[in-house]
Design a protein around this ligand. Structure first.
Ligand code: AMP
Length: 380
């Protein structure tokens, strides 16, 4: 009995993987998309779970299932690591809904559905925020009134924790060191994007904040912005807080600058001389470079930079652009290594560079499965 079912639900999707942890093979992989959207055929996450169960029919042997691992987006300051699910844990996740109004309800629906479908199998919640619970107080504190901080939970939490943790461990292994011996900066550049400063295996700062909106320019999120912009737009246009929040999360970022949230389109358009695409690319890379500078200062010594996720693993343009002009700090990409396409973990820094620059394909599902078994006291 050494299989784990991993369920990863977004606000309008469910991704699942059934993994045999003995040889880490995927026995089933699937995605249900456009949940609750007019163009989709699945009304809500509960119906989505029915589809997942139907797709697993004949592939999943209950007797072999050791755990169900759930990705949960927001664990607030309540969850510092993977947690065995019981009624109280569900209740706490539910209390955190105001901090993640689109994601936590979906995650919770899936947990409840999986508990009903597999009543005899332990369910483990793995939180996107947990890895960042090691942030020191001075890094997670926003300078806002005490009542906002203490009564309303306004502080930096950080996200993509599962990915940052997985990639940092793999990167340490590539350097032939233990995670506790290495300082690094992980750049998770997908449709959502965040940077993480890791000292001796622990997250000490990260670019996403109370919500995933802060930090880098993303596919459809603005990232950093003067907080006064929201009030200004409200006054000038009469838009509600809800509408502005939606615009900054879903209609901003690369999409707003270049008309596409896909780096492939933007890269191709910029190469043909399209001005908005060139600006989008320049602004995107510049923002990353600023965070690298900030985290070099926060960390002092940095042994490695690791690129991951859709853009980080695939876009040579972004990797080179983000690190442009950092040679004097011992950070650079080798043009030849950077240009090579590969699905493998690899070095892209030149021989002379003091800091290793790595590409590490992320694997949140295997990390969730490993952490689920870890909670149950079994080796993955
Ligand atoms: P993720 O959220 O990690 O799945 O990343 C998705 C994003 O990765 C897409 O929106 C694309 O912008 C980007 N991406 C995927 N493949 C490539 C590629 N070959 N070159 C550049 N960007 C890519």
């Amino acid at each position: 009995m050494n299989q784990v079912l991993v369920l990863n639900s977004g606000s309008s999707s469910i991704k699942y993987q059934l993994i045999d942890m003995d040889d880490r093979t995927r026995l089933a992989v699937g995605i249900i998309e456009r949940i609750g959207e007019a163009s989709g055929s699945v009304a809500d996450h509960a119906a989505g779970m029915e589809v997942v169960l139907a797709e697993l029919e004949g592939k999943l042997d209950r007797a072999q299932l050791a755990a169900v691992g759930h990705r949960v987006v927001h664990g607030g300051d309540r969850f510092r690591g993977p947690t065995l699910v019981d009624d109280e844990v569900c209740d706490t996740i539910s209390k955190l809904i105001p901090l993640a109004p689109l994601h936590n309800p979906a995650n919770l629906t899936l947990i409840e559905a999986a508990r009903a479908a597999f009543p005899d199998t332990p369910q483990v919640a793995v939180f996107d925020t947990a890895f960042h619970q090691t942030l020191p107080e001075h890094a997670y504190t926003y300078a806002v009134p005490q009542s906002w901080r203490e009564d309303l939970g306004v502080r930096r939490y950080g996200f993509h924790g599962t990915s940052h943790q997985y990639v940092s461990r793999r990167a340490a292994a590539m350097l032939g060191r233990r995670p506790e011996e290495v300082n690094m900066i992980v750049l998770h550049l997908g449709n959502g994007a965040s940077v993480c400063a890791i000292r001796e295996g622990k997250s000490i700062d990260t670019s996403m904040g109370m919500t995933p909106l802060e930090g880098l320019i993303m596919g459809t999120r603005s990232g950093d912005l003067d907080p006064a912009v929201s009030a200004y737009i409200a006054r000038q246009t009469g838009r509600t807080a809800e509408e502005i929040d939606l615009t900054l999360n879903k209609e901003s970022g690369l999409l707003a600058l270049a008309g596409s949230n896909d780096l492939r389109d933007i890269d191709a358009a910029a190469a043909k001389g399209n001005e908005p695409a060139r600006l989008a690319l320049d602004a995107y890379c510049y923002r990353i470079r600023k965070y690298i500078g900030a985290y070099l200062a926060a960390l002092g010594r940095v042994d490695a930079l690791a690129f991951t996720a859709g853009v980080g693993e695939n876009s040579a343009t972004v990797r080179a652009g983000a690190l442009a002009g950092l040679d004097h700090l011992g950070i650079a990409v080798s043009p030849k290594r950077n240009a090579q396409h590969s699905k493998e973990e690899r070095y892209i820094s030149p021989y002379w560079a003091e800091t290793a620059v790595l590409v590490v394909p992320t694997d949140e599902e295997i990390e969730i499965a490993d952490q689920a078994l870890e909670v149950l006291g079994r080796a993955g």
